[in-house]
Design a protein around this ligand. Structure first.
Ligand code: SF4
Length: 707
């Protein structure tokens, strides 16, 4: 109430963190956010988690970038850097916008003209707006001339999307999270929504309290397990064994939905044949779940009037991530548990705009709305819209781009709002690649680990400083409104992209307030049938509109695939999956399993939340969670230091005793630069989604070390 009296304005916007997409209000005085309250948005109904409510003062942090920076001559780039944002002057000098932009774009242009269009690449951001993502991919495709553009979707749900596109023709969710209230059975697998999608978790808990049967399956005993009718703590890396055994039971006990299979699917016979080898009795010792329990949950899922599956990166971040998702899709198809309220498939999207950034075309194989770059008709449509010829060759993905730099193929990069020097697997390799670039331009709000390796750093806008749309995990396109003026000489990202484009020879005109955001959105409506019916006026009025919304006035579709799937045949496709082991299993030398993930209070690589005072006060130090009995075996007390080592690196950090962590495993969040978990992770890729195996590699754990 004190704050309410002090605020001189309120601005309605969207939370900048996770994919739940909670609507909120900034309470502002003298260009400072005093506090944040939740709004009655369709995804949150007034609720906010600790990040949304308290994680806002990073925007006012003293380390915000406020001037363009140019690397000083002779300052070497090295993978062994220690980031020190307080002493940036040792590495960079300040510059005017004119000088920085001319240099940043001029060198990229020079590389393109000398070494060809495939010598450049760009990473866009899932933290910015749809309009920024759209313009960024358009800059790469029309200014650089290739499809070498990607973003962090590659690191979170690329395998889920690969399986969904192959199986049901669309990478987006079939139903919204709130549909859990209409379900009879909810299966949450490989996800920890209490930590990563906290407000979504509250709906799941509410549903369970109202009698919905909740099945939680995860190698870690997550907090959500407390609400579960069945909690299956299966062994890490055995998802396909568990899911195939469930399907075996459904087939054997005649619980398949034959009408649905006949009318709406194809390929069932091959799947049926494949699961014959996966009886629960045979799989029980592999996945660690008793055969009868597997049978019980299979029956529960198959027989209910409405069963819904939600999954996270425990499913996707494996070399068999696509296979894991294929099994979930097959489960839903064989039982007809999709296409109605309270059923369906929901990959919980991570960042606030990872759905929208993917929809907007920040993906190397597809234009906006997942239209393939190697499809001549799709390419012709975009060539007409953008007035230029386009490269038919799919571009490289995140990890492939790092490899291509080390191979000497890629020489220049433009990175907007991403931090691969913290988020990529095998960081040493990624940092060596970034350091090797002839030219690196980074656009961000802080001097991140990636920006530290840049030649030019362009100071950008934080979310409360801009107007634009973002799309949440439920396919809701939501409007964020500008609440603050920019600090110092920082600029709108949309303005920066357009200035870079102009210097790359592109003749763009997006007129209007907020760097032409509405004009960009209007072009997106032409490029993307899924949002063609959403008008800016409606967004201003309603704040949130669900796609598909193809014609003006369409209400939007919370449930899709009701009558057909958007595949060529209109049918869903079964794709059988077999057991594929993790790329690196424990052995005598590295006997532990390393699992990485996130904490409730910190977001992604921590660039924002570790500068949010309340969040950083709650979780200030790097920690590794181990089972208390494993700590006993090691002779280490909670709070003492351990060193975790893999074949790629070693870090030292504090221990935390958590019974949720399975025996023999160590869990480390990847947000701490002092002990970067990704120095340890394995860059082995899922062959379809090209996603790295963040959730499993072999490690050794030693007492002591220096955190
Ligand atoms: Fe923000 Fe996600 Fe928390 Fe909602 S649940 S307040 S969107 S971080």
């Amino acid at each position: 109430e004190v704050g309410l009296e002090q605020a001189d304005k309120t601005v309605d916007s969207v939370c900048p963190y996770c994919g739940v997409g909670c609507l909120l209000t900034y309470h502002v005085k003298d260009n400072k956010i005093l506090y944040v309250t939740g709004r009655d948005g369709p995804a949150n109904h007034g609720r906010l988690c600790v990040k949304g409510r308290y994680g806002f003062d990073y925007v006012h942090h003293r380390q915000r970038l406020t001037k363009p920076l140019i690397r000083k001559p002779g300052v070497p780039k090295s993978a062994d850097f220690v980031v020190d944002p307080e002493h940036w002057q040792e590495v960079f000098r300040e510059a005017t916008w004119e000088e920085a932009l001319d240099l940043a774009a001029g060198k990229l242009r020079q590389i393109r003209d000398t070494h060809g269009k495939h010598a450049l690449a760009g990473f866009g951001s899932a933290k910015g707006s749809n309009e920024e993502a759209y313009l960024f991919q358009k800059l790469v495709r029309t200014g650089f001339g290739s499809n070498n553009v990607d973003h962090c979707t590659r690191l979170c749900h690329a395998s889920s999307v690969a399986a969904l596109l192959e199986g049901i023709g669309s990478g987006a969710v079939s139903n919204q999270v709130s549909d859990v209230m209409k379900a009879e059975v909810v299966l949450v697998i490989g996800a920890n929504p209490t930590v990563n999608h906290p407000v979504a978790a509250t709906w799941i808990k509410n549903a369970a309290k109202r009698g919905v049967k909740l099945i939680v399956a995860d190698p870690r005993r997550t907090e959500l397990a407390r609400y579960a009718t069945y909690f299956l703590q299966f062994k890490p890396d055995t998802d396909v064994a568990l899911l195939n055994a469930m399907m075996y039971t459904i087939v054997e006990e005649g619980l398949v939905n034959e009408d649905f299979i006949r009318q709406r699917t194809e390929g069932f016979e091959a799947l049926k044949e494949n699961v014959k080898g996966y009886s629960p009795e045979k799989m029980a010792p592999i996945c660690g779940i008793p055969a009868e329990t597997i049978r019980e949950v299979a029956r529960l899922y198959a027989k209910s009037k409405g069963s819904m599956i939600l999954w996270g990166m425990g499913i996707s971040q494996h070399v068999h991530g696509t296979d894991n998702a294929r099994c979930l899709i097959a489960l839903a198809l064989m039982t007809g548990q999709v296409g109605r309220p309270g059923t369906g498939l929901h990959p919980l999207r991570g960042q606030n705009n990872v759905q929208g950034a993917s929809d907007s075309g920040l993906i190397p194989m597809v234009f906006p709305d997942y239209q393939r770059v190697d499809d001549p008709q799709a390419r012709a449509r975009f060539e007409k819209l953008w007035g230029t010829s386009l490269d038919p060759k799919p571009g490289l993905t995140v990890v492939e781009i790092m490899n291509a730099i080390l191979d000497g193929q890629i020489k220049g990069m433009y990175i907007m709002g991403e931090n691969p020097a913290m988020s990529d697997p095998d960081l040493r390799h990624a940092r060596e690649a970034l350091a090797k670039l002839d030219w690196l331009v980074v656009q961000d709000i802080f001097l991140t680990e990636t920006a530290y390796l840049a030649d030019v750093v362009l100071p950008a806008s934080a979310w409360p400083e801009k107007t634009g749309t973002v799309t949440n995990t439920d396919r809701m396109v939501q409007l964020g409104r500008r609440a603050l003026d920019l600090p110092g000489d920082a600029r709108q990202d949309l303005w920066i992209i357009q200035e870079m484009a102009r210097r790359l020879g592109l003749d763009w005109h997006y007129e209007g307030p907020e760097s032409g955001v509405q004009a960009v959105f209007e072009e997106m409506r032409k490029a993307m049938p899924s949002i063609a019916g959403i008008t800016w006026e409606r967004l201003e009025r309603e704040s949130s509109v669900t796609y598909p919304c193809e014609k003006e006035g369409d209400p939007g579709q919370p449930v899709v695939f009701t009558e057909r799937f958007p595949t060529k045949t209109g049918r869903g496709r079964f794709v059988p999956a077999d057991l594929v082991p993790a790329a690196e299993r424990p052995d005598d030398e590295y006997p532990w399993v390393l699992i990485t993930g996130r904490q409730l209070e910190h977001w992604h690589t921590g660039a924002m939340t570790r500068r949010a005072s309340v969040l950083d006060a709650i979780e200030p130090e790097p920690v590794a969670s181990l089972h208390p009995l494993d700590l006993d075996v090691l002779g280490v007390k909670p709070g003492e230091v351990i060193t975790v080592e893999t074949r790629r690196g070693r870090i030292s950090l504090f221990t935390r005793a958590e019974e949720s962590t399975p025996r023999g495993a160590v869990f480390i969040p990847f947000c701490f630069y002092e002990a970067a978990a990704n120095l340890l992770t394995n860059p082995a890729l899922d062959p379809y989604g090209k996603i790295p195996e963040f959730k499993y590699c072999a490690a050794k754990v030693l007492r002591g070390g220096e955190p």
